[in-house]
Design a protein around this ligand. Structure first.
Ligand SMILES: Cc1ncc(COP(=O)(O)O)c(C=O)c1O
Length: 369
């Protein structure tokens, strides 16, 4: 469904030669420092720390905020978002999402806040930002922390984040996994504009080591190696070209699917080109999302039901009372399908995928009729 952006092998080999010559493989070496500065420059706001993956970064962010009790979270996200909460012994409490954006809905969050709540964790779904002003307001009213899973957020041209006091929450995570448009094979980042939290995160990432003599009791190994940072730097050079190419392909998808009733492109055709996602309304399309997913697979077209299953359906999270009634998120999870999108695709392949979807929907409608 996706293909990683890869630099010319010779360029990466040249980096490997430098790493070999330096003898420094990890522990915030020169490549790490350069990539951290480059990501910082591109993000433009807050202070960036690099991590070995987005999930570890998210766990560290929640731990460094010293949260207690319950965290109100979106069910329409990748399992890592909710697993990070559970990994710290905190309780994930689900709130429904907004019917337009699929991101955590502030009024639904308000209904879930109790005296045990310590934070709100939203996901910028497919790169569409949560209502950060609405969630920020709630957090201020109730004395809560706000954390964003921005795993999909780096797939846009600058400015990556809108300027404004609420855009990062207390801290925002990015994923640089190989399936993401920008990647470092494995990797991630945290961004915060709280200098004290930034400092804590910097130490947390390295076992809580503050100096040769002073070690904090909380920390883990979240460091990005030099091999990963070198890949990140090379991919960063190719990022804007990949964004432009994907935007062109996304426009082609939107054009090719414009007349298919019940199938609408809801992501990829805007500022973020991380994923190309269609929403399938079975009644008007004549085929449901799962039928389309299977039908495309038979034609050797790989699509992904993303996010599926809904995190509130995954045991043990499904046992929490808040997991029961989340109709808007359930509908998103049942109707969304991510289609192939990467810069190496030919325009003609997009046309063939659109034709396959058009045909499947039309035969479904005939069958229903
Ligand atoms: C929304 C979301 N959160 C978290 C993650 C996990 O990130 P990582 O693979 O860098 O640990 C992903 C990865 O796909 C994701 O899509």
């Amino acid at each position: 469904m996706s293909r990683p952006v890869l630099p010319a092998l010779a360029d990466y080999v040249a980096d490997l030669e430098q790493i070999w010559a330096s003898g420094i493989l990890t522990n915030m070496g020169a490549f790490h420092q350069r990539l951290q500065a480059a990501v910082q420059h591109r993000v433009g706001i807050g202070q960036v720390t690099l991590w070995n993956n987005g999930t570890t970064a998210l766990v560290a962010a929640l731990a460094a905020l010293d949260l207690r009790g319950e965290v109100v979270v979106t069910p329409f996200t990748f399992p890592a978002t909710v697993q990070a909460i559970a990994a710290l012994g905190l309780t994930p409490v689900f709130a429904d999402v907004d019917p337009d954006s699929g991101t955590l809905c502030p009024s639904a969050v308000a209904d879930r806040i109790t005296t045990a709540t310590s934070a709100i964790l939203g996901t910028h779904v497919y790169g569409t930002f949560c209502d950060t002003d609405g969630l920020g307001r709630l957090a201020r009213e109730h004395g809560l922390r706000v954390v964003y899973d921005g795993a999909h957020s780096f797939a846009r041209r600058t400015p990556v984040f809108p300027a404004g006091p609420t855009s990062l929450g207390d801290v925002t995570m990015l994923s640089f996994h190989a399936t993401k448009l920008f990647h470092a094979v494995e990797g991630g980042a945290l961004i915060t504009d709280d200098p004290e939290l930034h400092e804590r995160l910097t130490h947390y990432r390295n076992f809580g080591i503050r100096s040769e003599d002073v070690v904090s009791g909380t920390g883990l190994n979240g460091k990005m190696s030099e091999f990963h940072a070198a890949m990140g730097l090379r991919v960063l050079d190719l990022l804007d070209d990949e964004i432009d190419r994907r935007a062109e392909l996304a426009r082609r998808y939107a054009h090719g699917l414009r007349d298919v009733p019940g199938v609408s492109v809801i992501a990829g055709h805007g500022a973020s080109v991380q994923y190309l996602v269609v929403r399938v309304d079975a009644l008007s399309a004549g085929i449901d999302r799962d039928g389309l997913h299977r039908g495309l697979r038979e034609l050797n077209i790989v699509s992904r039901r993303y996010f599926h299953p809904l995190c509130s359906d995954i045991p043990p999270f499904s046992g929490h009372p808040s997991a029961g009634y989340l109709p808007v998120a359930r509908r998103f999870s049942a109707e969304c399908l991510a289609l192939p999108l990467h810069g190496g695709m030919d325009t003609e392949v997009v046309d063939r995928i659109c034709a396959a979807i058009t045909w499947q929907a039309a035969s479904g409608r005939r069958w229903v009729a």
